[in-house]
Design a protein around this ligand. Structure first.
Ligand code: PRX
Length: 665
């Protein structure tokens, strides 16, 4: 380990998992030559994908115009996103194919075919037009995970209206910020959606938002999901079922320029104001269709694919809606949480306790072939124990995916052994709201995986790990940069070009800086180390929170862990770990020390946490990211130094209270 590495790495993983013959014998991609082909001429490579995977109204002659930091892909071509997701499949005789098997949290189900989806989308496009919406307008969508959500998105795309989906867990303030910034003319919402057995209200948050701002919003369309008695503001609010009743199910899919704005999706940055990430049409759809097909080895005629994310995040945009539909996939879509009141299970026994096997139940019933979920969910399932899976037949699963944060090797191994029955490839996909689609991930028929590594950039995407001065790191830790434009890249921050330049393009000249630390190992594998603001500096050594967390959860007594660097007079920062124990482990000072030593053994003494607090829960955002800032506040306050007293309901209560508060911001 050299003295001047940007981020030092301590962990070495020796386990490798080559693709199995049983998988490669029938996989879409098995020849690594595709990487060479893409490297030799990445523009031609993407042009070929764009023509193979999409149907164009007008072919393009310009593949890429690159005026750093602005890219235009396929700019003189024309297509319609909703035509590519719907009409063309029906023209190919797939009208009766299921687009979504939808399951509500209370156990109600709905199946919608491509033809039915097209009819509903066309009707809603006509409704949008009736309300005066036209190309380049924006609408906000604030909905639960119900079928009307993709219908609304596709209806916008069909007529060139940009959507801005606001995650259903956000507060009225978030609705105001986003609607004002996007100048949304309409909000599409529902009375509520089911979460953990209860209706979780939405429309009332829209009412509060509109009383306090978001003046651009003229119309609110409301789906009746939970039969709540809600306020309907005459002249402004309309029921979805009323406006759809007489709508005509035919709407011409207007050809759009390749760079037509498809959507805005707001994401948090280092300042309080969220950034409106802009995604456009053809390049975005090319990369999400390409990655959805090849990273998940998607066989549309036989697979039942399930991305268990929320459409409110980019994962749902790209891998529940646009990618799967472009590839004519049959998907599962689920409304609720993985733990639900037992009565809501259709075939579950009448017991008042909560079921923790909802996911496995769904996989078994629909014979799901691909499951795509987050490491935080996997660690939760680990905590619940593998017994929850044992009564379910998961043998339909062929590919497992993860996304959203670094997956620690132990969670990877648990996923592999218990969900994948030790014979299902795992694709750990690194990407961001800004990148639009997968960037670094294994390809299951080609890549030999290592637990915890996202492995390599996809064909046609180029990354470099660099040091503080922007020099390329051949092996070791540093900062992740992307060196060439890619089709689904963000086209900017809505109405804030300076911030776009400053945030992504000013740190390393000519390169996109992703904000993540990464290391590259001796075999060229990439290991994501978390956001660089999650990097600790202990006695001048920069250590990734992800590596220490990974070492903590490697201890058999530890179910979940979060780590922060707290200010320390002597060492600059010291490492503080927050740990949730597995059900059977007893709290004790000895155990705390043993856990600290375990980290020291795995990573070296420099990484030994100064303190380990045992907590019943960790504060997380609704998307499952640990709220480190909050933990840092706690660590730097009254608890630091007192490593024994945190059993500490008061601190935990404070963490949770604070978590809730900042979640709302
Ligand atoms: O830090 C990386 C982490 O999530 C960030 C992007 O978050 P967001 O824009 O909300 O998008 C999440 C879904 C794509 C990244 O900068 N991240 C995402 N996937 C991974 C990851 N970190 C490590 N490994 C991953 N597979």
């Amino acid at each position: 380990m050299s003295e001047n590495q940007a981020i030092e790495e301590f962990y070495t993983e020796n386990r490798t998992f080559p693709p199995r013959e049983t998988f490669t014998s029938n996989a879409l991609l098995t020849d690594p030559q595709i990487y060479n082909e893409a490297s030799e001429d990445y523009e031609s490579f993407w042009a070929k994908q764009a023509r193979e995977l999409l149907t164009w109204h007008k072919d393009f002659t310009n593949t890429l115009e690159w005026n750093l930091p602005y890219a235009k892909w396929f700019s003189d071509g024309e297509l319609n996103i909703s035509y590519n997701c719907l009409d063309r499949h029906i023209e190919n005789g797939k009208g009766s194919k299921v687009a979504y098997h939808w399951e509500g949290e209370p156990g109600d189900t709905k199946t919608i075919t491509y033809q039915e989806l097209l009819d509903e989308v066309s009707k809603f496009s006509n409704v949008l037009k009736e309300f005066g919406l036209k190309r380049n307008d924006t609408v906000a969508i604030y909905m639960p995970m119900i079928i009307e959500l993709p219908i609304a998105m596709l209806a916008c795309a069909r007529i060139g209206v940009a959507h801005s989906v606001i995650f259903g867990g956000f507060s009225p303030d978030a609705i105001i910020d986003r609607c004002e910034d996007a100048e949304a003319k309409m909000i599409i919402t529902a009375d509520a959606g089911y979460r953990r057995g209860e209706p979780s209200a939405l429309k009332v948050n829209v009412d509060t938002a509109l009383e306090n701002g978001a003046q651009s919003v003229e119309t609110v369309v409301v789906v009746n999901r939970c039969d709540l008695d809600i306020n309907m503001n005459s002249g402004r609010d309309f029921w979805w079922h009323d406006v759809m009743k007489d709508a005509i199910p035919i709407c011409h899919p207007e050809p759009m320029p390749a760079e037509q704005l498809l959507y805005l999706l707001y994401t948090s940055g280092t300042t309080a104001k969220p950034k409106g990430i802009m995604h456009t049409s053809a390049g975005y759809l090319t990369q999400v269709a390409f990655t959805h097909k090849y990273v998940f080895d998607l066989k549309p005629d036989t697979d039942v694919y399930w991305c268990a994310a929320d459409i409110g995040w980019v994962t749902g945009h790209s891998y529940i809606v646009y990618g799967p539909l472009a590839n004519c996939t049959t998907s599962v879509m689920y409304e609720g949480t993985p733990d639900t009141p037992r009565e809501s299970l259709r075939n579950g026994p009448e017991r008042s306790e909560w079921s923790k096997d909802r996911l496995w139940d769904i996989i078994e019933r629909y014979k799901v072939t691909q499951l795509y979920t987050a490491p935080t969910a996997i660690r939760t399932f680990m905590k619940w124990g593998s017994d929850e899976l044992s009564n379910h037949d998961l043998s339909s699963l062929r590919v497992l995916g993860t996304v959203g944060e670094p997956i620690n090797p132990e969670a990877w191994m648990w996923y592999h052994e218990h969900v994948g029955r030790s014979n299902t490839p795992i694709v750990d996909t690194w990407w961001q709201t800004e990148t639009g689609g997968h960037m670094i991930t294994p390809i299951p028929g080609i890549t030999t995986t290592k637990p915890g590594s996202a492995c390599f950039t996809i064909p046609g995407v180029f990354a470099e790990v660099v040091d503080d001065d922007g020099n390329k790191v051949e092996q070791g830790g540093g900062y992740l940069t992307i060196t060439h434009p890619w089709p689904s890249m963000l086209r900017g921050i809505w109405r804030d070009p300076d911030r776009y330049l400053e945030t992504y393009w000013s740190t390393y000249e000519g390169k996109y800086f992703a904000g993540d630390g990464a290391k590259i190992d001796e075999d060229g594998y990439l290991w994501l180390l978390g956001r660089v603001d999650d990097v600790m500096n202990v006695s001048g050594h920069r250590i990734s929170t992800a590596e220490v967390e990974s070492a903590l959860v490697d201890h058999p007594a530890v179910a979940e862990a979060a780590v922060v660097g707290a200010t320390d007079e002597t060492t600059g920062q010291s490492i503080i770990g927050y740990v949730i124990l597995r059900g059977s482990s007893e709290e004790s000072d000895d155990l705390r020390n043993e856990i600290r030593e375990h980290v020291a053994t795995k990573l070296g003494p420099i990484a030994r946490p100064k303190a380990v607090f045992l907590v019943p829960d960790l504060p997380k955002t609704r998307s499952g990211k640990i709220m480190r800032r909050l933990l840092r506040d706690v660590a730097e306050g009254r608890n630091l130094g007192d490593t024994t007293t945190l059993a500490d309901q008061s601190v935990v209560a404070a963490i949770q209270e604070g978590a809730q508060h900042s979640d709302e911001n």
